[in-house]
Design a protein around this ligand. Sequence first.
Ligand code: NAD
Ligand code: UDP
Length: 320
Amino acid sequence: MAKRILITGAAGFLGSHLCDRFIKEGFEVIGMDNLITGDVKNIEHLIKLKNFEFHHHDITKFVHVAGKLDYILHFASPASPIDYLKIPIQTLKVGSVGTLHCLGLAKEKNARILIASTSEVYGDPQVHPQNEEYYGNVNAIGPRGVYDEAKRFQESITMAYHRFHGLETRIARIFNTYGPRMRLNDGRVIPAFIGQALRGEDLTVFGDGSQTRSFCFVDDQVEGIYRLLLSDYSEPVNIGNPDEISILDFASEIIKLTGTDQKITFEELPQDDPMQRQPDISRAKEVLGWEPKVSREEGMKITYDYFKNLGAEELEKREH
Ligand code: NAD
Ligand code: UDP
């Protein structure tokens, strides 16, 4: 009998790729989403399949799913700094109340649950690269705190359900991931830079661009999540690509990739923007036998082609 999995945030960037992967692996997939930052277009191709169902639902409201469930992937949450600054209360609620609902459902169904945590639990890190032992440096009351603290609470309550109820839990600390189906105007640096290049605008680097990030292609991320879910490991695991680059150098790479002659302009650095970020993935290598395979050059080419083919209407849509 096919395994049955609930994926929250299914119409979002990562959620939709996870739906694809679990369908491909022969699972029955239930995708749940309230579409606050997602788009049904990301899962349109799945709707007609008989082993996929879509539930339009806000998981901060009571969640009920009929029938058995073997697994839950809890991925619902705004994930771009612009999104969670625009909808701070929903961000806090989905990470806290939404997670509580998912854990309660997992307990009722005796299902294994994996929650999507984030490198943001390390805040503006004072340890580099970041390994899972590091407790982080988060400003709870700053504008990013709504996301960071919701995710930290999410990890705490997940471990409490694991320890107190013996629930099978998994925690993925996801580092910046990119690829097709990101929203062109969600404000994250990759769609922002590519969108600007395609519109013939200058690229906006925040601060002096010396802050670093390490970008992981979505296929690698999905493979890491898949292995973690099926592993027997309940402590947090970093999943990301350690190939680190400064945002200024990255802007130059995008200009080269898109073959445009855009300039770089400098804007104010957002408050609490982490200055350095690079995952230590020793644990993922050891426990999951996983490491990323797709280089930034390959991944960015695929991503650029995706955005280029979206068409003028999508390109001009401005949200912010
Ligand atoms: P996304 O915005 O594309 O997807 C999130 C999805 O969750 C959207 O479809 C949205 O509509 C849905 N959602 C939000 N609140 C909801 C609610 N209350 N009820 C039901 N659905 C709701 O973002 P993403 O990049 O795909 O991120 C997915 C998850 O991965 C998030 O939990 C995020 O924190 C985590 N994550 C992502 C990254 C990354 O680089 N992409 C990094 C770290 C963590
Ligand atoms: N950034 C930038 N210009 C933009 C958008 C983002 O310089 O138009 C910077 C941002 O300040 C941060 C980095 O790029 O230092 C990554 O930002 P993103 O929002 O993608 O992710 P996060 O900060 O959550 O890692």
